[in-house]
Design a protein around this ligand. Structure first.
Ligand SMILES: Cc1ncc(COP(=O)(O)O)c(C=O)c1O
Length: 437
């Protein structure tokens, strides 16, 4: 199929056959007030739309592509994989290799189960925590996103923040949310009070150890340590949701950076190298409660898909070569500093938050970047829109929501970032002149 045959009508056609014209809400450009760009091709840091325009991509499929689009080594492995087998529904050596690779290198993971998305990983981890502890309640934090598991849609961040649905999604019943307790992010006292009142009912606490779905909201290490100690004392499990941060901030994710060992970790994105994947891992003692070893049922037709497994392993092997994390993180920091200097030059009311290869534009001065518990301006999307449009106009693509982070990859070389900076400068100049709203 050649998608460029009717480029103008693609969104109209899409709306006829797909809710809102897209297959995941944030893709719709709803907060932007114009139809989405339809992309046809990608390579490295570049996206090409159906009209042949090139953009430097800072969305990178929301995180899986730490090497950039179609990294040549990963591509070669994918082509080999497709030549061998597409799907098995049976035991295979590829998932074994990836499982062993991770278990040998990532401390909290002795045993791992591959699934097909981050959402599925979280759903299974929550069931496993309940099955392991025999308890019902799950604690989550306001402003963390854990996929679209029913019970996790209570004040979830990300696409939901953009939709303005502060409390939960329609279709999530009272029963489904009754066993989910939501606490303010970073509030150690609220955490202690909760555990004093009902700690023995709590199966697990789940958290993004680097919250990156509702802006970028780095946490104090001491808060994560408190989580670890309070869950240990009460026999509850601690689940780190590292679907974004896993294999991104460091090989061992945030667990490695903060030196805390959670009981369970959920992964996705990078471990599939851009192909559908998710995973939950942890100690053998907990993981052996999953079927067929234990009583907690979990299954999947396409689980551990061989193409995803081989793309994932090729990605991880390359991303973890000596000095690579340091290089990517260092380049991202320099880029953030250069952006800040440009913002200052044009006297714009924008702040840049950067952790590792994640960046977030906060539409406000650095004094107003949300602390914890965070408080966002109610017009955040309105203030983000001109920035997004100005960047798009120069050929810079970011996720179309002010709550989403930017992702850098190894394909964002110094040359690419220099070119990007020139485009940012043009966009900022036009923003400062009052264009784009
Ligand atoms: C921290 C976190 N958990 C879970 C998910 C859900 O993963 P998926 O979109 O693969 O279902 C996401 C998705 O962005 C995520 O960022």
């Amino acid at each position: 199929m050649n998608p460029s045959v009717h480029p103008r009508s693609l969104f109209e056609r899409s709306r006829q056959v797909t809710p809102g014209g897209v297959h995941s809400p944030v893709r719709s450009f709803r907060g932007i007030g114009r139809p989405p760009v339809f992309f046809a091709k990608a390579r490295g840091a570049s996206l090409i739309d159906v009209d042949g325009n090139r953009y430097i991509d800072f969305c990178q499929s929301f995180g899986p592509l730490i090497l950039g689009h179609r990294d040549p080594d990963v591509e070669m492995e994918v082509l080999r994989a497709v030549g061998d087998v597409w799907s098995l529904g049976a035991a295979d050596p590829y998932s074994l290799e990836l499982a062993e690779w991770i278990a040998e290198r990532v401390r909290p993971v002795q045993s791992i189960r591959f699934v097909t998305s981050g959402t599925e990983a979280v759903m299974s981890a929550l069931r496993l925590a309940r099955g392991f502890t025999g308890r019902r309640k799950i604690v989550k934090f306001d402003g963390c996103y854990h996929g679209h598991v029913d019970s996790m849609l209570v004040r979830a961040g990300s696409g939901l923040a953009e939709e303005g649905a502060a409390s939960s999604s329609a279709g999530v019943t009272g029963n489904q949310v009754a066993d989910t307790i939501v606490l303010p992010l970073g509030d150690g006292e609220a955490l202690e009070r909760l555990f004093e009142s009902c700690g023995k009912d709590i199966a697990a606490v789940i958290i993004e150890p680097l919250p990156a779905n509702f802006g970028l909201l780095p946490l104090e290490k001491s808060f994560l340590e408190k989580l670890r100690s309070v869950t240990c004392e009460n026999g509850s499990l601690l689940i780190f949701d590292e679907v974004i941060s896993g294999f991104r901030v460091a090989l061992g994710g945030m667990a490695e950076l903060v030196g805390i060992e959670p009981d369970l970790v959920t992964y996705g994105k990078i471990i599939g190298g851009g192909f559908p994947v998710g995973a939950l891992g942890g100690s053998r003692k907990v993981m052996e409660h999953l079927a067929p070893s234990g009583p907690v049922y979990q299954a999947g037709t396409l689980s551990a898909n061989p193409v995803s497994m081989r793309a994932g392993l090729a990605t991880l092997e390359k991303a973890s070569l000596a000095g690579r994390y340091e290089r990517l993180n260092g380049r991202s920091k320099t880029f953030a500093d250069q952006l800040r200097a440009l913002i200052k030059r044009y006297s714009l009311d924008i702040s840049v938050v950067q952790v590792s290869s994640l960046l977030w534009f906060f539409p406000g001065s650095s004094q107003t970047v949300p602390g914890l518990p965070y408080r966002f301006p109610s017009d955040l999307e309105d203030r983000f829109r001109p920035l997004f449009l100005a960047l798009l106009n120069e050929g810079i693509y970011t996720a179309p929501s002010g709550y989403e982070v930017l992702f850098l990859s190894h394909a964002h070389t110094e040359t690419v970032l220099q070119e990007a900076l020139e485009k940012f400068a043009c966009a900022f100049e036009r923003l400062a002149a009052g264009e784009f709203g």
